[in-house]
Design a protein around this ligand. Structure first.
Ligand SMILES: NC(=O)c1ccc[n+]([C@@H]2O[C@H](COP(=O)([O-])OP(=O)(O)OC[C@H]3O[C@@H](n4cnc5c(N)ncnc54)[C@H](O)[C@@H]3O)[C@@H](O)[C@H]2O)c1
Length: 255
């Protein structure tokens, strides 16, 4: 097990990619605090699976758009397991809407969950890392859309683009205490967030045509990258983005 004795927090950990990350971190020996926003049953089921297999997991409800909630989330992880080593900012929302119809509420909500939430969770984790000493890792689940424009999804792209610069900037500021911060940029992963595309055969076929490895990714593909970035094997990696996208970012057309 690669993360024995480590303590992790995963936001939005009850569904999709977050659930896959929680399961993998726990399987590698980490004690995981699993934040959920809306699916308590799913969160409890994952935590029960982990504890019945001999692992450590607790469930905490927190809305990452609320600064007090993310501070409480980190505090509860430390209270239960005595320290913090890994923060995974996974929670995210996406409300594709043509630019002319985007409302102030849509802007505020997506920026608050996708960017502000990650910022203040990182700040709370950073304070704990300094207090305990010894470094730490912050892993943000960004998107290929931190770099790749997407028509009709301007707010999501702005939020993930913001996350890109946040990581690059903070990596400089956090390095002095051996705290690393890295983004993972998933491509198309089979989860509820993009069910509309994946359930539409024509849209799914068009998407597959732009993925050199010609398959939709799984939460496990992202979780594998999280585990590697959380271990000392990635101790020289900070301030960058690892795209886990089957080659979507470098798609250059088909023969
Ligand atoms: N699925 C993909 O193809 C894909 C691609 C690129 C990036 N991503 C990113 O991966 C992350 C996970 O997405 P997913 O595909 O698993 O989607 P999902 O909708 O299945 O999961 C999103 C999670 O975020 C949680 N969440 C939403 N609002 C929250 C809030 N206010 N506070 C706390 N948690 C909240 C949800 O409850 C859920 O657990 C997101 O940041 C998303 O932008 C996903």
């Amino acid at each position: 097990m690669q993360l024995e004795g480590k303590v992790a927090v995963v936001t939005g950990g009850s569904l999709g990619i977050g659930a896959g990350i929680v399961r993998r971190l726990a399987a590698e020996g980490a004690a995981v605090t699993l934040d959920y926003f809306s699916h308590r049953d799913a969160a409890d089921t994952i935590a029960a699976e982990i504890t019945s297999a001999g692992g450590k997991a607790q469930v905490v409800q927190a809305d990452v758009s609320q600064v007090a909630d993310v501070q409480r989330l980190i505090a509860q992880a430390v209270s239960a397991y005595g320290r913090l080593d890994i923060l995974v900012n996974n929670a995210g929302v996406e409300q594709p809407t043509p630019f002319e119809f985007v409302t102030e509420q849509q802007w505020d909500h997506q920026i608050a969950v996708d960017l502000k939430g990650a910022f203040f969770a990182a700040q709370a984790a950073w304070r704990q890392f300094i207090a305990q000493g010894g470094g730490g890792a912050i892993i943000n689940i960004s998107s290929v859309h931190e770099e790749l424009p997407m028509v009709g999804n301007s707010v999501y792209c702005a939020a993930k683009g913001g996350l890109r610069m946040l990581t690059r900037t903070l990596a400089n500021e956090l390095a002095k205490h051996n705290v690393r911060i890295v983004n993972i940029g998933p491509g198309a992963i089979a989860t509820p967030i993009n069910a509309a595309t994946l359930n539409d055969p024509a849209r799914k076929a068009a998407l597959l045509g732009e993925i050199p490895l010609a398959r939709i990714g799984t939460p496990g593909d992202i979780a594998n990258a999280v585990v590697w970035l959380a271990t000392d094997q990635a101790s020289y990696v900070t301030g960058t983005t690892l795209f886990v996208d089957g080659g979507l970012m470098i798609y250059a057309g088909s023969l």
